[in-house]
Design a protein around this ligand. Structure first.
Ligand code: GCB
Length: 608
């Protein structure tokens, strides 16, 4: 079952939120134990050695001019101070510290006291820190971040040694291509809740005729005395803030479960299906105690929609959808995987400009702020956990892989934009242990949520093993690139034949999750020649022919280009300054193919 709530910090009449982003102190530690032995967290970091400024949120790798920092393997330390007003103590607030994402392992101290340990990047974690704070005074937060990937981390990697004139050096190797950016990648929030607070809210929606149904489950935290009577009023507010349905339940149990009927409900529709896509209500939850009056208020965005699937289609509000989208990355120059709202906003403007209705959060969960935009703008998300190239299927790995899914579902379960869970990218399903492993992963996800499950299956995967536990078959294939580069004439035949084969084997809907060609912007070679802009257009066009034939046969439910934008990779001889399969450059300018894709995506939107 899901553990404690991880609701996004939100201001309300009962809560206060502060970001403690900005410039933190930073130090690289070349000896993994030194900082612990010398207790760097017990006094200001600058006392134990030199520090440099480091922005939060950001990856640390590309901020300095030091190769050693870019390629560092192991621990780095961050620290900053902050004030907490004394009024927070007088009002008996609980104070929480929440990290949106730290990659990969984070250990956190407040005023020298250890308060958190969290493993797995890209997912939020938090803890109440009231008891270790100095109210009306300065406080210090110290974070040790370890980016080392091993055979039992999610994703996996391994540590290797190379010999140099200065001795043996530790290096990190991994089989996926995107750069293993590290650091405090998303905002750090300090926020308050009352003593009795809304710990979590779960909603599920359904539709009956023109009535929308919202099932909710509110769980409380901080309950102590059982003789206080707690009541919970729940209102569903429309986009004008008008209450369209409400319930009040009095209870002093641990939570409140109920159902709201919304006559003439406005449904959540994907982009370009409806003139007003991404319609959101707000579930306003108000907790009151008989003894103290109003306790806590939280407002959760809710989209009313259903998801169903058959052996041939995926249906939103009982209407089959065809996905036109991309695989993506959280990636940009300088800040790496650090959250940048200017970039996020630009990306959604480009997604809409090009007519996409969906993308996959390849290859890890994206920031909550990014997911909010998807909910609001009707972009459908295939929500992926951080498992990439899963190999060496150990029980330890299985546990962590499941934890990553538990935390992902806990975070994103209420989002209307999330239409599928992707449990892995290119797992090594050709090994027989993969069968039991993925059965166990899929059973776990099914025990937590009822959305369909998929994975992006690689070339060489065994057809039987790879697809049998999934609800929807997603495959990645590089015809005309890794297979037969330059030979675009093989594409249509191969894509059609393979999609048919997947469907025949498993009798499930099929989606091409990745296809594409590296393309240097400005390189023009005609007739089409690999790496040129002409070649990218040609390769995509040949795929489009295959998709148009496949769509006539029903079971084919989507096409996703690899990639939305160029992104940084580990250093390799097949990459020129990174992976260049973007339709946009890394700084989000269109390659020639972007205009071509735009034409197709809009045509598809209005045809279907
Ligand atoms: C893949 C991977 C993706 C890579 C891509 C490529 O199959 O899923 O992470 O970036 O190929 O371009 O090599």
């Amino acid at each position: 079952c899901l553990s404690q709530g991880i609701l996004y910090p939100q201001d309300s009449e009962t809560r206060q939120v502060r970001k403690i982003d900005g410039i933190w102190h930073f130090r690289v530690s070349n000896d993994s134990l030194l900082g612990f032995r010398q207790r760097w967290y017990s006094e200001p970091l600058s006392k134990s050695g030199s520090v440099i400024p480091m922005p939060v949120p950001s990856s640390y790798n590309d901020i300095t001019v030091e190769k050693n920092i870019r390629e560092h393997v192991g621990l780095v330390w961050y620290e900053r101070t902050f004030y907490v007003p004394d009024t927070w103590r007088k009002q008996a607030y609980r104070v929480w510290l929440r990290f949106g994402s730290v990659h990969y392992i984070a250990q956190v101290w407040v005023n020298g006291q250890k308060v958190m340990y969290h493993e797995i990047g890209h997912l939020p974690f938090q803890r109440e820190i009231t008891s270790v704070l100095h109210f009306g005074a300065e406080n210090r937060v110290t974070v040790a971040v370890d980016n080392t990937l091993t055979s039992s981390t999610v994703p996996q990697g391994y540590v290797d040694k190379i010999h140099t004139m200065d001795g043996v050096k530790t290096v990190q190797r991994y089989s996926f291509d995107f750069f293993n950016y590290a650091g405090i990648h998303r905002s750090v929030h300090l926020y308050t809740t009352p003593q009795i607070y809304i710990d979590d809210i779960t909603v599920e929606t359904d539709i009956s005729g023109t009535t929308g149904i919202v099932y909710y489950n509110v769980s409380l935290g901080g309950l102590q005395s059982s003789n206080d009577e707690i009541s919970c009023r729940v209102d569903l507010l429309d986009s004008d803030g008008v209450s369209v349905a409400h319930n009040t339940v009095v209870d002093n149990d641990n939570g409140f479960i109920g159902k709201l009927d919304v006559p003439d409900a406005k449904l959540w529709w994907p982009y370009l299906v409806d003139p007003n896509p991404g319609y959101l209500y707000k579930l306003e939850v108000r907790l009151s105690s008989a003894q103290w009056g109003l306790e806590d208020v939280y407002r959760l965005p809710v989209g009313i929609r259903t998801i169903h699937w058959t052996n041939v289609s995926l249906l939103i509000n009982d209407k089959p959808v065809y996905l036109r989208g991309f695989g993506r990355h959280e990636d940009s120059d300088i800040r790496g995987k650090g959250l940048d709202m200017a970039l996020v906003t630009k990306d959604y403007n480009l997604l809409k400009w090009i007519g996409a209705n969906s993308y996959r959060t390849s290859h890890y969960p994206y920031a909550e702020e990014i997911m909010d935009f998807a909910d609001e703008q009707g972009i459908m998300i295939i929500d992926e956990c951080p498992s990439v190239d899963t190999d060496k299927f150990s029980p330890e790995l299985l546990k962590k892989h499941k934890d990553s899914l538990t935390e992902l579902i806990q975070r994103d379960k209420n989002r209307p934009s999330v239409i599928m869970w992707s449990v892995a990218n290119e797992p090594r399903t050709q090994y027989k242990e993969a069968d039991g492993y993925f059965k166990s992963i899929v059973d776990h996800v099914k025990s937590l949520d009822n959305r369909p499950i998929t994975a992006a299956i690689a070339q060489g995967a065994d057809y039987e093993n790879a697809g049998k536990h999934m609800d929807i078959i997603g495959f990645n294939r590089y015809n005309g690139w890794y297979t037969d580069p330059g030979k675009t004439e093989i594409i249509q035949l191969n894509v059609e034949a393979e999609a048919e084969q997947w469907h025949k084997k498993h009798n499930k809907p099929v989606i091409l999750m990745e296809y594409g060609a590296d393309t240097m912007i400005g390189l023009h070679l005609y007739p089409q020649y690999i790496w040129s802009e002409e070649y990218q257009i040609e390769l995509l066009s040949e795929h489009f022919k295959a998709f148009d034939n496949l769509r006539k046969k029903d079971f084919f439910i989507g096409e996703m280009i690899w990639n939305f934008a160029d992104f940084k990779t580990d250093q390799s001889t097949t990459r020129v300054g990174g992976n260049r399969k973007g339709i946009f450059t890394r700084d989000r300018q269109p390659k020639s193919a972007a205009y071509h894709v735009r034409k197709r995506y809009f045509q598809l939107a209005f045809e279907i």
